[in-house]
Unconditional design. Structure first.
Length: 270
C-alpha cells in the first residue's frame, strides 16, 4: 500500500487578507526559514477565525490539533501551578500560540483564553507537521542548547525556555563593534552565543574604563529594561562572535520573573 500524498487545505483569500497574514507571519520565527513555495502553501492553508472575548481556545492537557497566529486582540496563557490556575504570559498581535504541542507531539502546555474580541489565523496539525515543523525544530534545538548554558536561566522551566528560544534573533558581530552605547535608550536584551565582549563605563565625562567582561553564556542589556533607564555602560566586542537578542516585550513577558536575580547581578555596574 502506498502512503497517500499529503495535500494541504486551501482557503481562498483576497489580496488584502493575504497581505494581512504576511505581515503577521513576518513577526514569527516559525515561518522565516520556509522557502518561497512552502511559504505560499502555508499562506493559503491558514483559516480565519474570530474569537469572542472570554472564549477559551486551548485547554491545558488536551491534545493539540492546530496552532494560531494572532492578527488582532489579546490572549492570556494560563497554567495550573500549585493547584491554582495562574496567568503566565500575555499574547498579542503577531504572536503565535499552540505550536508547542505540534512541534513536540505533547499535550497542551497551557490554556489560552481571549481577553477581548480577537482575530486569529488557524493552521491545522497536518500542514504544520509536514511543512513547518522540521525547519523550526532544528532552529529551536540549536537555541535551546545555548539557553541551557546561561546560568541565569536555570530556574526557568522547559515551557519558558521553549518560548524564549522562539523569540531569539541571532546577531553576528566583529572585533571592535560597539553593540550598545552608554546613555542610549535600551530596547534589547543580549546573550552571548560565541565570542567575547567588554562593558565600558565613563563617569562624569572621563575616559571609558572596563567594568565587566562577557563570554559564552554571559548576558547584558537587562538593566535598562528592568529600570526603564538609559544604558548604564557601553559594550564593545573584543573578538568576532554571535549574540542572541530578545526584544523588550518578550523580555518582560518571559523573563520578568528573573528581574530580582538580574537586579542583583546588575549591582556590578555601580
Amino acid at each position: 500500500n502506498q502512503k497517500k500524498a499529503f495535500e494541504t487545505p486551501v482557503y481562498p483569500k483576497s489580496d488584502e487578507q493575504a497581505e494581512r497574514i504576511k505581515k503577521v507571519m513576518s513577526k514569527s520565527f516559525l515561518f522565516n526559514t520556509l522557502d518561497r513555495e512552502n511559504y505560499s502553501v502555508i499562506l493559503q492553508a491558514f483559516q480565519e477565525k474570530t474569537i469572542p472575548s472570554g472564549n477559551r481556545i486551548i485547554q491545558e492537557g488536551d491534545d493539540g490539533d492546530c496552532m494560531f497566529l494572532i492578527e488582532s486582540g489579546s490572549f492570556e496563557c494560563k497554567k495550573i501551578i500549585g493547584g491554582e490556575e495562574k496567568v503566565v504570559k500575555m499574547c498579542g498581535q503577531g504572536d503565535v500560540f499552540g505550536e508547542l504541542a505540534l512541534l513536540y507531539s505533547q499535550p497542551r502546555a497551557a490554556s489560552v483564553e481571549a481577553t477581548e474580541d480577537s482575530l486569529v489565523w488557524q493552521l491545522d496539525r497536518e500542514t504544520f507537521t509536514n511543512i513547518v515543523r522540521d525547519a523550526s525544530s532544528k532552529r529551536r534545538e540549536t537555541f535551546m542548547e545555548v539557553l541551557h548554558s546561561v546560568p541565569l536561566l536555570k530556574s526557568l522551566d522547559s515551557y519558558d525556555l521553549m518560548q524564549l528560544a522562539d523569540c531569539l534573533k541571532p546577531h553576528s558581530f566583529q572585533k571592535g563593534d560597539r553593540i550598545i552605547n552608554q546613555g542610549e535608550v535600551g530596547e534589547t536584551f543580549y546573550m552571548v552565543d560565541d565570542g567575547e565582549l567588554e562593558a565600558l563605563k565613563s563617569v562624569d565625562g572621563a575616559a571609558e574604563e572596563v567594568v565587566l567582561s562577557y563570554k559564552k553564556g554571559g548576558y547584558f542589556g537587562e538593566l535598562s529594561l528592568i529600570k526603564d533607564a538609559p544604558r548604564a555602560a557601553s559594550v564593545v566586542a573584543t573578538t568576532d562572535g554571535q549574540l542572541l537578542t530578545v526584544d523588550r516585550r518578550s523580555f518582560k513577558n518571559i523573563l520578568g520573573k528573573l528581574e530580582r536575580d538580574m537586579a542583583e547581578f546588575a549591582k556590578q555596574y555601580d
